[in-house]
Design a protein around this ligand. Structure first.
Ligand SMILES: Nc1nc2c(c(=O)[nH]1)N[C@H]1C(S)=C(S)[C@@H](COP(=O)(O)OP(=O)(O)OC[C@H]3O[C@@H](n4cnc5c(=O)[nH]c(N)nc54)[C@H](O)[C@@H]3O)O[C@H]1N2
Ligand SMILES: Nc1nc2c(c(=O)[nH]1)N[C@H]1C(S)=C(S)[C@@H](COP(=O)(O)OP(=O)(O)OC[C@H]3O[C@@H](n4cnc5c(=O)[nH]c(N)nc54)[C@H](O)[C@@H]3O)O[C@H]1N2
Ligand code: SF4
Ligand SMILES: [Mo]
Length: 699
């Protein structure tokens, strides 16, 4: 085996695209074989950091189960077909169904890795727009829709989102995020652990609110349990304390705070304490300490987005930063000034809300998409506009969206389905055709979206590490191939050219060639104040009190501030692990070895009350479904709360995932309810789901 510096080994620079941290990599090659993956110490953002997932890129690369050519489902199993045949077939069937039943009969679902693939980012929307369907869905509505909606309402653009200045803040206040494991989201921060250590060393502090004492909470100066789904009461009470007792010091370009103050009158710490389980004194004290801190950044992610008042939580988090003068100041939260500025350059849709509604349930669109919680019923409900064909791109909604088992059944009713993905997963197994793109090491990479959310402004373009296999297509070529067959006659502009143009139009006058002089990445410095100039609102001011939010505060006042009757049901929340990435990577032996990690975590007192012991199989039931999983006791769980990770529960009929067969587990989204969404925005409620838990043997 050639070692690091053996003469026949070369080392090439790449970027890990498995999460938002964008770690710089050195990939060791012996010929076309990947022999090792290490962190690139010269990357200005990641500075040598990697996590175990990076090394798994080579497992994905070498995985015999990864598709290398298109496949078609036949009565005798999957059959390989040529690219021309596959692209013709998909384009013809989509066009036929559209011509017969109208554009809305063809639906699209874009999964999370779209944001991590340069060619998908540059080319998928062209295809989606060409289909002219209103039935557009994505992972956004099980993820960051509340943040995007808030940014659209407050700052005038769904992707203009302030980033916590993690390296300089003196007070980091966290709701429902676990960045030590996730490495940050809408806050790209490789090696969060090191940065949190530095925070403490410079005399700063971190406070975390989470129903589980997480890996992040364990590094905090204070951690408080909060009853799942109730954070809005807590966050709004903190804002109320600051708006009534001070010190509030908003920027001069912020309007509407008097209206906000009046709307929040009932959100007292005492009322919030009853609902959230956090003591009123703690709420009051932390609000004052946050407001008085030299600099402070409030941040919240998946835990406070995918809950019943998720949008209100995200608005409240922005409000806390706004009223304390921490928006746009070093150590607070700042907009990035990216080298390639999709927002300022107008290359990406600013957003829009409730311009039309979904056919069956009347849910509002956001940024041209419907909430994915309504996809299954759009397929199964007869009538004009019924979804009869589906194109999925790098996603696995059967495991990642609420009521996944219901969606799985619905997919079988489609007249045609195609998936752009290099795995046959629980979703693409329903497809008639699967179109597999090249793997990330075989194509150029630039993070068009995540560079907007770096805790430092950096740019890094990494050319493909390995040659593209003969006949293989990149994501962008698949979308171009389909678009051309569906009538798009424009020239093909490759992603590299689009990046080059974007850099030239950006604030630093860069070019792709110029960036090539910085193969490890170009450091553009810490986050810089940029407001109000960067605001995309028509008057370049911030209206802190949008009517939609005021209405939702009223809904929270009546629905959330009223204590609920006691119940024996437990509240289900999610969980992420450093060696998982949503529903995939389970085919990497390197990542899946060791103790199983799909168990239901439960407070020992709740286990005892239900006659459950460590390792027992428990039956977990909710309104739409049930699963059977082993339980593990942990004091890290708030009493009354259970935790199950999503992305497990692999199905093997039709699916060729040899290693993942050993993984086991059940899908958390067989328990989540597609009928329950945050009414402001339509985000799925994936946390705080009521469940009953008992020994699996009993009925
Ligand atoms: N209960 C619960 N559910 C959740 C969450 C939760 O916290 N709790 N989290 C939600 C969140 S935040 C998200 S983002 C979603 C994620 O859920 P999805 O958006 O459905 O995405 P993944 O599970 O990441 O799907 C990955 C698929 O993309 C394919 N893929 C990977 N790279 C590429 C590529 O470069 N090109 C193409 N074409 N395909 C590729 C993989 O092969 C894999 O099949 O899950 C959500 N679901
Ligand atoms: N290793 C790894 N890294 C990842 C991913 C992965 O799958 N694995 N996925 C990537 C993706 S797609 C995303 S979007 C990000 C997500 O990044 P994060 O949001 O940082 O990750 P989560 O682990 O979902 O953190 C959500 C936290 O909210 C808590 N929580 C649940 N319900 C509530 C509640 O009601 N109130 C409060 N206050 N907290 C609650 C959970 O206990 C959990 O600790 O991670 C990214 N990074
Ligand atoms: S933290 Fe891990 S998965 Fe995320 S970019 Fe870095 S190496 Fe990749
Ligand atoms: Mo996500």
């Amino acid at each position: 085996m050639p070692k690091d510096n053996a003469p026949d080994t070369v080392s090439r620079l790449a970027t890990c695209n498995l999460c938002e941290a964008m770690c710089g990599l050195r990939v060791d090659l012996a010929g076309d074989r990947v022999t090792g993956i290490r962190g690139d110490v010269e990357d200005p953002l990641s500075r040598g950091h990697i996590c175990p997932k990076a090394v798994a890129l080579q497992d994905v690369h070498n995985d015999p189960d990864r598709l290398r050519s298109p496949v078609r489902r036949t009565s005798s199993g999957w059959a390989e077909i040529s690219w021309d045949e596959a692209l013709d077939l998909v384009a013809d069937r989509l066009a036929e169904i559209r011509d017969e039943h109208g554009a809305d009969a063809v639906a699209t679902f874009l999964g999370n890795p779209v944001l991590h693939s340069l060619g998908a980012m540059t080319h998928v929307m062209r295809l989606v727009r060409l289909l002219r369907t209103r039935n557009r869905f994505s992972a956004t509505s099980v993820d960051n829709l509340p943040s995007q909606l808030t940014s659209y309402l407050l700052y005038g653009h769904q992707w203009l989102h302030p980033v916590p200045d993690l390296d300089r803040t003196s007070f980091f206040l966290v709701f429902g995020a676990n960045p030590v494991v996730s490495n940050g989201s809408l806050m790209s921060a490789p090696n969060v652990s090191r940065r949190l250590r530095a925070l403490r060393e410079r005399g700063g502090r971190m406070v975390v609110f989470d129903p589980r004492r997480t890996e992040t909470a364990k590094r905090a100066d204070e951690h408080h349990f909060v009853r799942p789904g109730t954070d809005a009461a807590l966050i709004l009470a903190m804002a109320q304390v600051i708006l009534t007792g001070g010190p509030a010091r908003p920027a001069p370009y912020v309007d509407g705070l008097e209206q906000v103050r009046r709307a929040l009158e009932d959100f007292t710490p005492e009322r919030a304490a009853q609902i959230t389980g956090v003591a009123a004194d703690t709420i009051r004290r932390l609000a004052r300490e946050f407001a008085a801190a030299e600099s402070a950044a409030c941040y919240g992610r998946v835990g406070v987005s995918t809950q019943r008042f998720g949008a209100l939580c995200q608005w409240g988090i922005q409000l806390l930063n706004l009223i304390t003068g921490n928006l746009d100041r070093p150590g607070g939260t700042l907009m990035s000034t990216p080298a390639l500025d999709l927002v300022g350059g107008g290359q990406i849709d600013a957003g829009g809300y409730d311009r039309w509604r979904s056919r069956v349930r009347g849910l509002p669109e956001f940024a041209g998409e419907f909430p994915v919680a309504t996809l299954a019923e759009e397929i199964t409900t007869p009538g004009t506009g019924r979804v009869r064909a589906l194109l999925t791109v790098s996603g696995n909604p059967v495991l990642s969206t609420p009521g996944g088992h219901v969606l799985s059944a619905a997919l079988a009713e489609l007249e045609f389905m195609a998936g752009v993905d290099f795995y046959i997963n629980e979703t693409t197994r329903h497809a008639d055709v699967i179109l597999p793109p090249t793997h990330v090491l075989e194509r150029d990479h630039y993070d068009l979206i995540f560079r907007l959310f770096g805790i430092r402004d950096t740019a890094r373009y990494t050319p493909a590490v390995l040659p593209k296999p003969t006949g293989a297509l990149d994501d962008w070529e698949i979308f171009s191939g389909l678009a051309e067959r569906l009538g798009n006659s424009g020239p093909r502009v490759p992603p590299a050219r689009i990046v080059d143009l974007g850099l030239a139009a950006g604030p630093y006058d860069l070019t792709l060639a110029g960036l090539g002089d910085h193969p490890h990445g170009l450091d553009l410095g810490p986050l810089k104040p940029s407001l109000p100039g960067r605001l995309q609102t028509p008057d370049q001011r911030i209206n802190a009190a949008p009517a939609l939010v005021l209405d939702d505060i009223e809904r929270a006042r009546t629905e959330l501030l009223t204590p609920r009757p006691a119940t024996t049901r437990l509240l289900l929340i999610g969980r992420r692990h450093l060696r998982d990435a949503n529903s995939w990577l389970h085919n990497s032996a390197r990542l899946t070895k060791g103790r199983a990690r799909h168990h239901l975590l439960m407070n020992p007192a709740d286990m005892e009350a239900r006659g459950l012991s460590e390792g027992d199989l428990a039956r977990v039931q909710s309104w739409p479904g049930e699963v059977t999983v082993p339980v593990a006791g942990s004091d890290d769980l708030m009493p009354g709360v259970v935790s199950l990770p999503h992305g497990f529960g692999h199905v093997f009929e039709d699916v060729r995932l040899a290693v993942a067969r050993e993984v086991g587990g059940a899908s958390a989204n067989d328990l989540t309810d597609p009928m329950v969404v945050d009414r402001l925005g339509g985000t799925s409620v994936l946390n705080g789901v009521p469940v009953t838990v008992g020994p699996a043997g009993e009925s």
